[in-house]
Each structure stands twice: as C-alpha cells, then as structure tokens.
Design a binder for this molecule. Structure first.
Ligand code: PLP
Length: 415
C-alpha cells in the first residue's frame, strides 16, 4: 500500500503512513478493540464525502447538495437495521463514546444517577469514570464482577439498583470475556424504573453474526462502536425503539454534534454491507473459536484467565498467581518488542495502578481477519508464554520475534 499523492505533497506524513502499513503487516494486532478493515472501507472513509456539510438527517438537511450523502447514510441505516434488527438507528455519533453521550444527553438531566461497571473490572470511561464528563455531570455508583469467579454478579447488580435507585443502568464492557445476560440487567432496571443502556461496543460484530446474545429488543438503548468486531468505518451508532427515535436524533444533532462525518458513515455503510455477506458469520464464529484456542493454550502454559475462559473474542489474563513478579506493563512491553501488540489491563481486585496493572488483555478479531485459525492461535499462546516466562531475556525475544515474523508472512495483510 503506497501513498503516492500524500508523498508528493507531504513526505513526512507519507513516511508515517507507509511505516504504519508495515507495522500492521509485521506485527500481531491483539488489542481486543482493534481490527483490520477492508481496503474498500478505507477507500470510502478517505473519500470526497469529507468535503460535505450535511447537518440534519437524510431528507431533512440544513444544506443543499445532499442527495448522494443521503443515499449513503440511508444505506448505512438500512444495513444496520438488518444486521441488528433495530427499529431505529442513528449512525452519526463520531465514536462509541459520543454514542453513549447521545443516550445520556437525550434521557438524563445533570445530577441524575448512573449505575455501571467499575473501569478496573472491565467498564469504560464513558460509563461514569470520575475523569470523564459522565463522572462530572452525573451521580455515579458502580458494580463489580465477582472477585472469585470473574463473572458479573447479577444479584448484586439487582440489590445495588434497589438501594441506589439509578435513572439508568449501563451494561456492556471493554474487558469482560463472558456472555452478558442482558435480560437480567433489563429486569433489574425495570424493577427500579430505570433505563437500561447496553453498550455492545466490542461485540457488535459477534452480536450481528449471532455469536453473542443480542441486547437489541431487550435493552431500552443499545450503543456500539463500528470499527471493532464489526470491522466497518470508524465511529459509533445508537439503536433504539421508535418511541425514543426523536429524542436520540435531536440529542445527537443539534444536541451535541455538528456536521456528521459522512466519509466515516460511508465507511460504516461499506463495512455493514460486508458484514451482511455470509462469510462474515464464519469470520465471527472463527474469531470466538480463536479466542478459545488462545485461552486454552495460555492455560496449558500455566496462565490464569479471569473467569476461567472466554465466550467472546478476548481473554483477560491475571498474572498475579502465575507470574507474581511480572506486571501487566512489563508483559505488554516485552511482547511488543517481539511484535505481539496487546495491552496491559487491570484485573478484578487489582492492587497495582492502572498504568502498571496485573493483567493483559488479548483479542483475536484482527488476527482472524488476516486468516489465523485455532492452530495459529494456540501457537500464539505458546509464543506469549515464552516471552512472559522469560521477561528480560533478549535471546528468547530474538527467537520469538522471528517466529512472529514467519506467522505474519504466512498471513499477509494489505498486499
Ligand atoms: C471501545 C468502547 C467504547 C467506545 O470507544 P470509542 O473509542 O469512543 O469509539 C464504548 N464503550 C465500550 C464498552 C468500549 O469498549
């Protein structure tokens, strides 16, 4: 992949772009929220739509010249409806965080109460963290996963809701390896007359393909990122019943955004179109099988997984028992040195700081996109074990780096 026109105009940026293509090609992208979109999605995202203002919605814009923009936004909406079976979809949020903001801004008043999962237990900043606008504007209390099992404790969520009387309960997570029981959380919300926002950010693709139970039609509001497992253009979306459609749409614009990023929406439309093809179901199923294989391989090497395994695209490794002297950060850095890119992650009951941590999170969406199967992912587990068992050993690292390069060469990307 060459960026000749950028190079003519700006060699420094062209260098960085081409170096990034090489980096993605020659490393294993195992950050669970990442994926490699198709070149069609990238072409749509880097398109002439970036020039256009289209404040409003299809058929009712504040600007002229929107006929082609309307076609593309309508395609994105129709395809999303088909993928997730929602009544109403808003594809304009610039990111998953903006999608959540849209729901809060539509349904809550400042000072209202949010009940959500603690960040260090797998939640997200936009669910009420003190450093986020949600922590500033709303009164937040948080639930945790069961420290023994690593699973959500649904009874504790119900009890907490009874006690706190929240206006909204947020479910959907960044580092939770197990299937979520949306119905049970909806019941907890109904019991206290709260809304339920299911943020399926990470698992949008798994839900679309039937690999994870769907929150659509269960939770009052569903939000998602469009660039994670669903592998479409970068951004967010909000799904809801018709009764909330107007409130959501006007919260997004004029409420909190200006002109939509129509080039990204074009990327969403193209990626959603790809996800409607039968191959996408195979992709999503393989992603989950690969995470399982990776997890089993790590367990065979003595690593402990939070919750003992996975139902999704990711595993969360708790290093405290198996490697008490290796922090998440040290593991992350040693693995990055050999071309395995993942992230240090807090684990339930974390005792180290969020910058150090005692865990690592690893996902298979991007590896699966480039063709990895279970056998490859078991082997990746072997490689991770060799590095983490020998942190600081430069000879081991040099050997593993060669093995990683071989794996990358056998599974080419963006040829
Ligand atoms: C990734 C993620 C988001 C959205 O992230 P953006 O970076 O804003 O797109 C929201 N919620 C959860 C649970 C996530 O994992």
């Amino acid at each position: 992949m060459k960026y000749d026109r950028v190079r003519d105009s700006d060699p420094e940026v062209a260098d960085a772009l081409e170096a990034e293509v090489e980096r993605q090609r020659d490393t294993l992208a195992m950050i669970a929220s990442e994926n490699h979109v198709s070149e069609a999605v990238m072409e749509a995202q880097g398109s002439v739509f970036t020039n256009k203002y289209a404040e409003g919605y299809p058929g009712s814009r504040y600007y002229g010249g929107c006929e082609h923009i309307d076609t593309v936004e309508e395609l994105a909406i129709e395809r999303a409806k088909e993928l997730w079976g929602a009544d109403h979809v808003n594809v304009q949020p610039h990111s998953g965080t903006q999608a959540n903001m849209g729901v809060y801004f539509a349904m809550l008043e400042p000072g209202d109460k949010i009940l959500s999962l603690d960040l260090t237990h797998g939640g997200h900043l936009s669910h009420g963290h003190h450093a986020n606008f949600t922590g500033e504007l709303y009164e937040v209390e948080q639930y945790e996963v069961d420290p023994e099992t690593g699973y959500l404790d649904y009874e504790a969520i119900q009890d907490h809701a009874e006690e706190f009387d929240p206006d909204i309960i947020v479910s959907g997570y960044s580092a939770y390896p197990r299937a979520v029981e949306w119905e049970t959380i909806q019941e907890a919300a109904d019991a206290v007359d709260a809304y339920h926002l299911a943020d399926m950010a990470h698992i949008t693709g798994l839900v679309a393909a039937g690999e994870h139970p769907s929150p659509v039609g269960v939770a009052d509001f569903v939000t998602g990122s469009t660039h994670k497992t669903i592998r479409a253009g970068r951004g967010g979306m909000i799904l809801c019943d018709e009764e909330y459609a107007d409130a959501i749409d006007s919260a997004v614009i004029p409420g909190m955004q200006g002109g939509p990023l129509l080039h990204n929406i074009a990327g969403k439309a193209v990626g959603f179109g790809e996800a409607l093809q039968p191959e996408f179901e195979e992709y999503a199923a393989q992603t989950v099988k690969n995470a399982e294989a990776l997890g089993e391989s790590l367990q065979e090497h003595g690593f402990e997984l939070v919750s003992g395994g996975t139902d999704t695209h990711l595993v969360l490794v708790d290093l405290r028992e198996s490697h008490p002297d290796v922090t998440g950060k040290e593991a992350e850095e040693a693995l990055e040195d050999v071309g395995i890119v993942l992230n240090a992650n807090t684990v339930p009951g974390e005792t180290r700081s969020p910058f150090v941590t005692s865990g690592i999170r690893a996902g298979t969406p991007a590896l699966t996109t480039r063709g990895f199967d279970e056998e490859d992912c078991r082997y990746v587990g072997d490689l991770i074990a060799r590095v983490v068992n020998n942190v600081g050993d430069e000879d081991v690292k040099a050997e593993v780096a060669e093995d990683v390069q071989e794996l990358c060469d056998a599974n080419p990307l963006y040829e």
